[in-house]
Design a protein around this ligand. Structure first.
Ligand SMILES: [Zn+2]
Length: 364
């Protein structure tokens, strides 16, 4: 099946793209259109493949990747050779259920947790994520008393009937976000458990043994939230030893995760809100946020982002004053914030907007 990637005609007028060198433009298009690209914007791209396909040598590939990382346009995870296009979702996340389902499936194969979590957060902010997607990023240990319930129910390995060396198995594995709900847990002997694949096609095939597909994820993993239950813990039957304090911590985390909801109806406002929190702006809260939101219609969002990042660890008013200053100077587009650039690909550069801010220090 032929795969096409679309580039919006406004690409060439985009403030960021206008500021790029010809080499950078070529490289950017390569990153968005090569055969490894995915619907979710995260894909495996070994450097040797980049070298082969673009014709650049390793040194240039490293420099270009590094530069786009500093621009805040990509992130690259060396261990898994995975790349994430930071703005991909703006143009490629459609509300079509087919696309969302595709993204969901792709995310199961993403190896870099922080990449996966970012996409899940974006989907959540855009109102595109069901809770399943959000929970896929979460991993927790099985509460002891829940394990007890599962042993009580199954009593033996549900695959081979063995009654020895029993363990608790996540039907949808934790690495793809399988939750600690009773319906997703079962007893397997260690041998059957260790044979189970945890990712990709092999997992899909394994799930078929139980008459399941990835589409059952939501039904099973989101079935019932876990509540502490009075069934007594039986020391001998359960290999899960969990310290009381760990259990407490986990409960606190679970509560925190469950009550978190974006405070505004608008995804852009939520995005800026999170950025302000991440940048630890003093004196910032959801009431003072209104002062910030006034600028949304007056300038590009990237400009507002720059002002917030510039105010990192300072007072919220610093960001507002910066914005007011930029507005007066007519700096309403991110391109106006950039220093003059030469077409010199080898010249090291550390920032795009402002001259004292290192974009690398923030993962957004
Ligand atoms: Zn077994």
């Amino acid at each position: 099946m032929a795969t096409y990637r679309q580039i919006h005609t406004s690409f060439w007028q985009d403030g960021f793209v206008l500021g790029l060198t010809p080499e950078e433009k070529y490289f950017y298009i390569y990153l968005m259109t090569n055969s490894k690209t995915t619907q979710c914007g995260i894909y495996e791209l070994p450097k040797r493949v980049i070298e082969m396909e673009t014709g650049y040598n390793r040194e240039t590939v490293d420099k270009l990747l590094d530069r786009f990382i500093k621009f805040g346009r990509i992130q690259y995870e060396e261990i898994h050779s995975e790349i994430m296009l930071m703005n991909w979702h703006k143009y490629n996340f459609l509300k079509s259920p087919k696309v969302i389902s595709k993204i969901k499936q792709e995310l199961l194969n993403v190896k870099t947790a922080r990449f996966r979590e970012r996409v899940l957060a974006i989907l959540e902010e855009s109102g595109l994520a069901d809770k399943t997607l959000y929970r896929m990023a979460n991993k927790t240990e099985i509460p002891r008393s829940l394990a007890a319930e599962v042993f009580e129910r199954d009593k033996r390995c549900v695959r081979c009937n063995s009654e020895t060396d029993l363990t608790i198995d996540h039907i949808f594995p934790r690495n793809i976000g399988g939750t600690n709900v009773k319906d997703n847990l079962r007893v397997l002997c260690r041998s059957c458990n260790s044979k189970r694949p945890t990712i990709g096609k092999a997992l899909e095939d394994d799930l078929k043994l139980d008459g399941l597909t990835l589409d059952d994820f939501e039904r099973i993993c989101m079935s019932k939230p876990y509540h502490e239950n009075p069934i007594p813990y039986q020391e001998t039957a359960i290999p899960y030893q969990q310290k009381e304090e760990e259990k407490e911590k986990e409960k606190e985390k679970e509560i925190k995760d469950n009550i978190y909801a974006p405070p505004f109806n608008d995804p852009i406002k939520n995005h800026l809100h999170r950025l302000c929190e991440k940048c630890k702006l003093k004196g910032y809260n959801i009431v003072s946020a209104d002062d910030l939101f006034e600028y949304i219609d007056k300038m590009e969002i990237e400009v507002i982002e720059s002002a917030i990042k510039k105010a990192y660890d300072k007072h919220f008013n610093y960001a507002i004053n910066t914005l007011e200053g930029w507005l007066k100077e007519g700096k309403t587009k991110v391109i106006y914030l950039k220093p003059k650039r030469r077409d010199d690909i080898a010249r090291p550069r550390t920032s795009v907007a402002g001259d004292d801010f290192d974009y690398n220090s923030l993962s957004l």
